[in-house]
Design a protein around this ligand. Structure first.
Ligand SMILES: [Zn+2]
Length: 241
């Protein structure tokens, strides 16, 4: 294997490692947004709960006002009762008063139902608040962890890039230009291993003549399928046979 091919093989290794680190880095935005999403879901639940509690209270206040109105009406009817002249008028007022009593009883039932509902809502609130706090704590903890991992991985990338530059500098200019062009166009993967007589990048089978040329290990060949540079992995007895 020539020094040129050895450098290309080292570049293959560096680029694969960089691709792995980049793939890890690429996952963090989605992880972060999913953590935010959970916090937002819990916030929304708390908001919905607050609205429901407020509506229940308002509804009860309204019924309580209706009871006040019914009480006032009943008092009016009762005040008029001693003043009536006929039995018919008296019976009519008694019927009105009975109507008021029935209405109040119905309204009081509604008040009790509303209070039950308010109580149930109040008892649910601590669990919802706790879930929000937990989601926030998990988000904060995980985001701090992610930030540390990102720092480490960015430092690794910088180190890999420095090593890559070192290897590139030692390549013949024509090979360097080819490598850089493919590196830019192929998502940072310019050099691929030949595996079972096929390109390790696009899996295209390589012609027997080309395989013989590649095995000699004295020149750089390109895959017709993907344009990447083909290297026979050093010390690979199966592929080399
Ligand atoms: Zn290929």
């Amino acid at each position: 294997m020539t020094e040129e091919l050895e450098r290309l093989w080292r570049l293959h290794d560096l680029d694969e490692r960089a691709a792995t680190v980049k793939a890890a880095l690429a996952k963090y935005p989605e992880q972060k947004s999913s953590l935010e999403g959970r916090v937002n879901t819990e916030k929304k639940r708390l908001e919905v709960h607050a609205v429901a509690a407020d509506e229940a209270l308002k509804a009860r206040r309204k019924v309580e006002q209706e009871i006040e109105t019914v009480n006032a009406q009943q008092k009016e009817f009762e005040k008029r009762q001693p003043q009536v002249k006929t039995n018919e008028e008296f019976r009519a007022l008694t019927a009105e008063i009975d109507g008021c009593k029935r209405k109040r009883s119905d309204l009081e039932t509604k008040v009790l139902e509303s209070m039950d509902r308010e109580e149930a809502l109040a008892s649910q609130k601590p669990a919802i608040e706790r879930a929000l706090k937990e989601a926030e704590a998990e988000r904060n903890g995980r985001i701090a962890e992610i930030a540390r991992a990102e720092d480490t991985e960015r430092a690794q990338l910088a180190e890999l890039e420095a090593q890559r530059q070192e290897q590139i500098a030692g390549l013949p200019q024509a090979t360097r230009l080819r490598y850089e062009r493919i590196h830019g166009a192929r998502d940072g993967r310019a050099v691929v291993a030949v595996i079972n007589n096929a390109c390790g990048g696009c899996y295209r089978a390589q012609p027997p003549q080309l395989m013989q040329d590649i095995r000699r290990g004295d020149r750089v060949f390109t895959c017709d399928g993907c344009g990447r540079l083909l290297v026979q992995p050093p010390g690979d007895p199966v592929s080399a046979s």
